[in-house]
Design a binder for this molecule. Structure first.
Ligand code: COA
Ligand code: AMP
Length: 634
């Protein structure tokens, strides 16, 4: 790539269709697109409306056919189980083709949904690709969610099959997935026909006859008997996957990703943003259950013929704060992508970076951070210790790839710490006030993207066009609302500062405090509650629950608080990291009854706040400060 960032961005603005038509040349289409964009179809238009393709073919088969059969497609490195495994592109094709045949035999057809509830094992990627191969729509559910959350997704996606594993492994415990899966199916109104269960040696699961089949047995049988599946032709606009993400209520939003636009944008990003060449090793230290895992553990690197690392471990404690450096040295990683929280965890254990000195990190060209705001201290530390560019880039489950970044494959731009750099081609990013007027440089406002969104971004929510319009498009007509607040500076650099809704970011995981409040209020002794996100040095934010108990309660309050913590863990899952609760007499509200969560957060974080004119009773703020043991300036 020879054009600079500005030239590339300008070229896109001058002729977006020509830009994406050119990017689409990297894809092997079954029917190449004649039309790049149709503004009349879908909610705001659709990309590559007349093209057809298969994403699995582009991720797997074409690399086997064209010179990469023996190259490692996936390197599975699992310090938590003490195992490693390399899967070549050719092996990947055999496995995925056989698993696709198993699913087809079980009646899974094009357009059917398949839920994948798995830990970080290669079979999770095989499952995603097998669905893509046969035209089924996968929906991966993160393993840290509890049965109730899984059942909500089962009811919404109505999967014909579920692919899962006997267990996941965390540093302090083995998590039996199968009982969670069974409970979720029990809770759900919709029942899958088949569950394909990967038995892991750490804990085996009970198999329910007539419904469950053993992953290894059925795939091995399919391979032995030569059963394969072909890459099914799908429309570029057909869904590849649904990924549920936190909304402002307990009901998650089913973000839709299509096949064609997704491939085009991810392929472009691998070159222009991450400066990767086919054959290079890419490592996204995330989880397949999150969008980062979808785009940059699975699809992006494989589309581009890279080797992807699938790491089942933590940044610290598996076994130590040198784990990331060991993986980089051993597998010659070119680019590492993770959440800032992982670096904060490493920095806390090894502030001097002594572990870094012990490894040869010469293969590493860059570190990319996303998932939450990268604080300048963490960026500085990483730059000093790793001596490579550290790039904060901003994106969302909804977009599937970066909205703003430094496009290293085009040009190494000046880094401004605290900024996720500049908008990528495809994204016309604006900052608006609450009335929808553009604000000046340096002024904080609502960050929006002018429609249409570029390829890969959600065309809608699964079976919920109205919710899509309401949640993202209605407030600022003609724009997509990101629900992030921030500002642009005089050089066009974007600074993402906060969410404008009730979403909090805990260890790079996106969570809804509204969802937690729904869980808390199910406790019989709780009359009212509020959950806010408070600052945490390691995880960025942590949830904090405020409870008002029913009058006349004589039980021990701390016992009720413990039960509430357990209830949230049981309802949402350990990933909520909901461990702190305080009981108060009253919650601060406006005269119209709105709980002043923003002010409670400021008190909890020890920040100054302005007393709102509409507050019902200012004294309540003193009570809150007292309970939190904080003083806040009024
Ligand atoms: N299955 C089941 N439980 C899981 C899980 C999974 N896949 N992943 C996490 N959990 C559990 C954890 O064990 C923990 O349980 P606990 O309350 O019993 O300790 C809880 O969920 C909270 O997890 P987390 O917030 O991730 O905390 P942690 O202490 O386990 O790890 C970090 C903290 C910072 C090391 C870790 O979050 C991390 O590496 N994050 C960066 C990478 C990343 O995942 N980014 C996502 C987007 S890029
Ligand atoms: P998710 O959909 O889980 O990827 O979370 C998306 C949200 O995480 C965004 O809307 C932001 O609030 C936050 N986020 C992601 N990346 C960044 C970043 N680089 N800087 C600031 N916030 C970020």
């Amino acid at each position: 790539m020879t054009a600079t960032y500005q030239e590339t961005y300008d070229a896109w603005q001058a002729n977006p269709h020509a830009f994406w038509h050119s990017a689409a040349q990297d894809i092997d289409w079954i029917n190449p697109p004649n039309k790049v964009f149709d503004p009349e179809s879908g909610v705001y238009g659709r990309w590559f409306p007349d093209a057809s393709c298969n994403t699995c073919f582009n991720c797997v088969d074409r690399h086997v056919e064209r010179g990469r059969p023996g190259q490692a497609a996936i390197i599975y490195d699992s310090p938590i189980t003490g195992s490693k495994r390399t899967i070549s592109y050719s092996e990947l094709k055999d496995e995925v083709s056989s698993l696709g045949a198993v699913l087809q035999e079980r009646g899974v057809c094009k357009g059917d949904r398949v839920i994948i509830y798995m830990p970080m094992v290669p079979e999770a990627i095989f499952a995603m690709l097998a669905c893509a191969r046969i035209g089924a729509i996968h929906s991966v559910v993160f393993g840290g969610f509890a049965a109730n959350e899984l059942s909500i997704r089962i009811n919404d996606a109505k999967p014909k099959a579920i692919i899962s594993a006997s267990c996941g492994i965390e540093p302090n415990r083995i998590i039996a997935y199968k009982p969670l899966l069974d409970e979720a199916i029990e809770l759900a109104a919709h029942k899958p026909d088949t569950c394909v269960i990967l038995q892991r040696e750490q804990l085996s699961a009970d198999i329910i006859p007539d419904r469950d089949i053993d992953y290894r047995t059925v795939v091995d049988e399919a391979m032995a008997s030569g059963k394969t599946s072909e890459c099914v032709e799908v429309k570029a606009t057909d869904p590849l996957y649904i990924l549920y993400t936190s909304g402002t209520t307990g009901e998650p939003k089913g973000v839709l990703r299509d096949n064609g636009g997704h491939m085009v944008a991810l392929s472009w990003s691998m070159k222009a943003i991450y400066a990767m060449a086919p054959g290079d090793v890419f490592w996204a230290a995330s989880d397949v259950g999150w969008v980062v895992g979808h785009s940059y553990i699975a699809y992006g690197p494989l589309l581009h013929g890279c080797t992807t690392i699938l790491y089942e471990g933590k940044p610290v404690g598996t076994p130590d704060a040198g784990a990331f450096w060991r993986v980089i040295e051993e597998h010659k990683v070119s680019v590492l992508f993770t959440a800032p929280t992982a670096f904060r965890a490493i920095k806390k254990e090894d502030p001097a970076g002594e572990f870094i000195e012990r490894y040869d990190l010469s293969s590493l060209k860059g570190l990319y951070l996303a998932g939450e705001r990268a604080d300048p201290d963490t960026i500085q530390w990483a730059e000093d210790k790793l001596k490579v560019p550290v790039i904060d880039h901003w994106w969302q489950t909804e977009t599937g790839w970066a909205i703003a970044s430094s496009p290293v494959g085009l040009e190494t731009m000046k880094i401004k710490k605290g900024s996720s750099s500049v908008p990528m081609p495809g994204y016309d990013v604006r900052v608006l006030d609450d009335e929808g007027h553009r604000v000046g440089n340096g002024t904080l406002g609502n960050i929006v993207i002018k429609l249409p969104l570029p390829p890969s971004c959600l065309p809608s929510l699964w079976h919920a066009d109205d919710r899509f319009r309401h949640a993202y498009l209605d407030e600022f007509p003609g724009y997509y609302k990101t629900s992030d607040a921030g500002y642009l500076d005089e050089d066009g650099y974007l600074f993402i500062m906060a969410r404008t809704d009730d979403i909090i970011n805990v260890a790079g995981h996106r969570l809804s405090t509204g969802g937690m409040e729904e869980a808390v209020s199910n406790h019989p002794d709780v009359a009212e509650c509020a959950v806010i996100g408070v600052h945490d040095d390691l995880k960025g934010q942590l949830p904090l629950g405020f409870l008002i108990l029913n009058s006349g309660i004589t039980r021990d309050v701390s016992e009720i608080e413990r039960e509430v913590v357990k209830l949230v863990r049981k309802t949402i899952g350990p990933v909520a990291a909901f461990k702190n609760v305080v009981t108060v007499k009253r919650l601060p509200k406006t005269r119209s009854g709105k709980i002043l969560r923003g002010i409670m957060q400021k008190i909890a974080d020890g920040q100054d706040y302005k007393m709102p004119a509409t507050i019902e009773d200012p004294l309540i703020l003193d009570e809150i400060s007292e309970v939190l043991g904080k003083t806040a300036a009024g």
